[in-house]
Design a protein around this ligand. Sequence first.
Ligand SMILES: Cc1cc2nc3c(=O)[nH]c(=O)nc-3n(C[C@H](O)[C@H](O)[C@H](O)COP(=O)(O)OP(=O)(O)OC[C@H]3O[C@@H](n4cnc5c(N)ncnc54)[C@H](O)[C@@H]3O)c2cc1C
Length: 381
Amino acid sequence: MSASYEVAVIGRGLIGASAARHLAEAGCKVVVIGPGEPADRRTSQGPFCSHPDEGRITRIAGRTPIWSQLAARSIARYADIAERSGIEFHKSCGLVSSSPKISEWLKNSELAGGKSRSVDSDWVLSSTGISLTNGHPALYEGAPAGYINPRSLVKAQTKLVVQAQGVVITESASSITRRPDGYEIKGNCGSLFADRILVATGAFGSELLKRPLDLRRMPRTTVTAELSINNDLPSLICVDPPDKRLEEIYWVPPVHYPDGRIALKIGGALRDAKPVNSEALTAWFQGEGDSIEAEALKNCVIGLLPGVEVTSWAQKPCVVTNTASGHPYIGWVEDGLAVAVGGCGSAAKSSDELGRLASKLFQSERWSDSLPESAFNPLFN
Ligand SMILES: Cc1cc2nc3c(=O)[nH]c(=O)nc-3n(C[C@H](O)[C@H](O)[C@H](O)COP(=O)(O)OP(=O)(O)OC[C@H]3O[C@@H](n4cnc5c(N)ncnc54)[C@H](O)[C@@H]3O)c2cc1C
């Protein structure tokens, strides 16, 4: 006899692990199904994830009022998650953002209770050593802005799922079949039954859904740089950075990486970037990323940190999953089957709230949040 659950969450990344925790802590009989990150991405057949890294920016001054509120709600729970799991994952090192849209980001921050303030490039240079030459306005956001460790956050959420009597299966699922009284899930995870399902599989897992969601999987290359300086840098978002091939860049200040280096991580978006289809994703993750993107990112480190030497570089591929709406899809796609996917490159910091909103779908008949349900409606191809 296969195991049976009220809710099966498929995908144990940032959003799935959070949803499973909220469901388990609400007393639901939940299983979360999802492997860890591949041991060797060059030979793995996947599924891959977008969170295996040591740093993701956290901030309240987001691109939309909704993103700002999602972040503020999540950040308010970081300390509780860390304390109850015994796993630290948040560092408040502050953030500098520079963009033509700074006045909107400041407004979004204020609406969500953030404390960002307008600053100029002279202040940024003298306070942080970062040279902004794009001519755009800037903001500074102090604590709790900074970064989180996404690997540690997934570990913390998973630990809390188990503490709340949820079941964790660290294998993948490959099919979902509708049965008269619920769903059957099969794959490396074995065969199990659930009344209802949440699919939170990030860039992967499209084979699990009957109708393809409108998702744009954007290949991204990230570069890590060991720096000659030890001074404390803030996190950074910079639109129109020094290398014109990039629309924008972000960085997370130097942190320890598993390869033993203490390195700054920089990533961004090339102006002419094209989405990849799901079939090409595995090959992308097995490769080394894009050499042009890596070169442009390196130029940005050098341009933004004048006088700083880089003692080593490394690079790797990743994928950002964009939605057509600009916000994650959280909602029902058929009776009993919901999704929580499409982090749009911004969901790590807000994943606890995204998971909570997804968990609420299973706990009440109606959407009962002050954030509009329509902002999260899944859209299909
Ligand atoms: C380079 C890069 C930089 C980023 N920087 C930031 C940042 O600074 N700040 C920020 O807030 N966000 C950032 N993000 C975005 C953030 O990391 C993502 O939005 C977030 O990881 C999305 O969470 P998720 O749970 O949807 O997906 P993931 O974290 O990718 O998790 C999905 C999980 O589903 C699993 N899965 C897939 N298919 C199956 C299956 N068939 N069966 C079982 N499990 C399956 C995968 O193994 C994976 O663990 C960045 C993303 C990238 C790629």
